[in-house]
Structure formats: structure tokens, C-alpha cells
Design a protein around this ligand. Sequence first.
Ligand code: ZN
Length: 463
Amino acid sequence: MSVLIKGGTIVTSTGRYIADVYADGHKIKTIGKDLDYPADDIVDASGKYVLPGAIDPHTHISMPFMGTSAQDDYETGTIAAACGGVTTVVDFDLQQKGESLLEAIERKQSWAAGKVAVDYSLHPAVMDPRPEVIAEVKKAVLDYGTPSFKIFMVYDFRVDDATMIKLLEETKKYGGLVQVHAENVYIIQHMNELLEAQGKLSPYYHAVSRPNIAEEEAVARAAKMVELTGSRIYIVHLSSKEGLAKVKEARDNGIDVFAETCPQYLLLDEERYNEPDFGGAKYVMSPPLRTKESNEALWGGLNSGDLQVVATDHCPFDFKGKKDMFGKDDYKKIPNGAPGIETLLMLLHSEGVVKGRISLERMVDVLSTGTARMFGLKDKGEVAVGKDADLVIFDPDQKFSITQSKLHMNIDYTPFEGLEISGMPMAVYSRGKRVAEWNGDQMTFVGQVGRGKFIKREPFEGF
Ligand SMILES: [Zn+2]
């Protein structure tokens, strides 16, 4: 299978230029002017961008949570990814009590086997930090190809600060990266009790129960553990201006704190929790949506480099029958999470680049090149000779009105319903094979379920 993409504007994290791209046998083989090779698939890309496929390093495929399960499995989730121009997914893999990290990885690989439509990798989440599990970090980094480890500072499966310190020490030795969900659990418990006593239990109070300072305190504490150990940490789904200020403060002091944010924290605010007919439940996720002030601060963080990655935290639960049932009388019972994997690239381009909030090159960095570097995906994230031919031919002028019926995620709503988009993928390639294309109205999956493979990642090499 060979592909020749003619005359497109190739975008990297540092610039753009017009050239042809030739890919054969999974890899980008040649980039140059007026390439004239025979190819199975020849595309005229003049007036279009040629982007590296986006990487989503924060998904919860089939995750059991709050009495139900996130609805996308590896098949529906990676088909939706392909249709959105996401060609690599790094999914969370929650270790169960008694499991080794390897058992957790093999369990999730067995769920993915034969079902993935694009390439994927896993981040083990350490939830049962027995000494032998901490000792397994070395193997996970060097042998299993999973050098990043998620921990939670909230939920009943959280780890304590002592475990965080041990993991930071262990990952520092071998080139691992700890990823942390940073919210202070005791602030949230306290707020939950106060709100419960006042009978304030509608979806809006989900946001009130998890104030910005809960994130701010946890980010600051995690940063101090990094200062103590000389290790490094990555804050997942940073949501608030105050949390960002703590990331920046640490970074300004030479402490290796990295962070991602998500489209929902850049584009939506807490007013959404007041949507009628219990519609606010659609936005119940943790951390919660904040204010416009935080939205703007986070765009600033992407531009300044204090935030390095945009991911989705894709974790879909239907509105009807799940969100609107479980938590009807109490926001605490609404399954936390929202869909996003398919809308990542279109939102960053239309709301970010077109509206002048970030440059096209910065978008490529935070969706692909920087993400690949952060997570040791050495063959991904760049349109360059020798890299995997994970490519998006992107038409910056194509209009699309976001609506759930034209998306592929296995859920009954999108938080971005009705948003008018400028710019959509025309064709998406995973290792040289076309997996999705624009059909004049919406994206269509044209790939092969089961062709995606598990990617062993490299240890962290600095950022
Ligand atoms: Zn998450």
C-alpha cells in the first residue's frame, strides 16, 4: 500500500511548507517537490494542510466507573478516533486489587485484540501500590513499553502522598513519568457535606463541590513532591487558572511539572450546569467546568508553553438512562465523564487556530509532536521521513455543524452540539492506510478494525 500526497502544506511544530509526501509500507519514505512515484492512492492536497495524526493520551475505553462503564469499547472508540483525525490513543489501564501491572496491561490488551482501528498504547494506573508493584515500575518502563503511570489524589482508589513519593523516586531512576489527577479529596468531601446539608444537589453543585482551590492545592502539593525527589510529573486535565498558576510557579523554579488540558476546559464554562431539563448533567466530569477566566488562562498556558498537551479525557456515558437516571436527586451519583475523542482536532483548529488563540504550528505541537515526545512515541507525531505515515489531509475551509448523529462515538450526546466548525479532515491515514474520509456531509470510517496495534513506548528523555 503506497500513498502519494501532492502539493499539500505540510505543518510541523515550527513551520509550514508546500511539498509532496510519499509513504509506502507504513512509513513516510520521501518528502519533496514534484515527486512522481506510482502509488496506490494519489491525492491532490493543494490548498489543504498535511498534518501528523493527532494523539489522544487521555482516554477511558470501557472503564468501569460509578456503577456503570464508559461506553466506547476499543472498536467504537478507535473508529471515532480515526474519524476525528486521531491516529494514536493512549488509554488508561486501571490496575485492580491484587493485579500486577503486567496483568493489568495484558487484561486491557486482550480487550483491544482484534478491535482497534488505529494504534494504541496504555498508561497503567497504580491503584494497589504494594511494594512489588512499585518495584515493577522498572520493568514497565524498560520492558513493557508503558513508561507513564497514572495516580489519583481523589476517589476511593486514590493513593496517598507516600505512594506518590515512592513512584516519583522509582520513575526518576528509569525514565518513567507519573501522571496525576490533582484535586484535594478532603476539600471535596467537606464541600459535599456542606451542600448535602443545604439540600443543594442539582448538577450545578457538582462544580461548587470541587472548587478551583481543590485543584490548586493538589497541583502545588504534587509539585512539592517533585521538588523533593528531583523527579518529574504530568498533571492530567488541568482545568483552572489557579491550578495553572501553580504549574507555572513550579516550572519557573526549574521543577519538572508538565500539564495537559482538554477542549472542554478551554471552551466551556460552568454556566452549562444550568441547562434546563437536567441537561447540566451532560457536563458532570471531574474536574468540573470552570469560568471564562479559566478558559482564557488555559489558552494563555498553551501559548506560553506551561501546558504542553491537549487531550480529551474521553469517558462517555449516555445522557438518557445513565446521566439522567443515576444522579437525578444527587449530583454525586451522576457518572463523571464526557465524550471528546472525535472532536479534539476540529475544535482545536476551529476554536483555537481560526479564532487566533493559538497558531497552527502550536496546535500541531500540543496535539501531536509534543505529545509524542512526552509519552515516548518515537515513530509518531510528525510529518517527517522515517516516521509512521499517520497523516491527516485537512481542509481548513470545510464547514461542519457538530451534531451527535454525524459523529461515531458510542453515546447519545456531544457537549458541542450545534457548534459551527471551520476545517475538517478530508482523509486520515494510519501507517499508510486510509482509515477515514470526508464524504461531503460527515466523516466515514473506511479502515479495517483490528489493523491497529499496540505501540511499545520509549522512556522519557526530557521535554
Ligand atoms: Zn480521565
